[in-house]
Design a protein around this ligand. Structure first.
Ligand SMILES: [Zn+2]
Length: 64
């Protein structure tokens, strides 16, 4: 299997449905241990919204 090459243009963004905080796969969340370029699927399932503490299931993919 070949590894899919990931480009910033394909990055998706996820919005917290509770507070509106945006997770951008291209920038990640380095302050909370999520490196830039980390796919949403690869974000730790124990990660929570830095603003309100919502869990991953409270986020929804958005197109900006
Ligand atoms: Zn939130």
């Amino acid at each position: 299997m070949s590894k899919k090459i990931y480009t910033v243009s394909e990055a998706s963004t996820w919005m917290c449905l509770i507070c509106g905080w945006i997770y951008d796969e291209a920038t990640g969340d380095p302050e909370h241990g999520i490196a830039a370029g980390t796919l949403w699927a690869d974000v730790d399932m124990n990660w929570t919204c830095p603003e309100c503490g919502a869990r991953k299931e409270d986020f929804e993919m958005v197109r900006i």
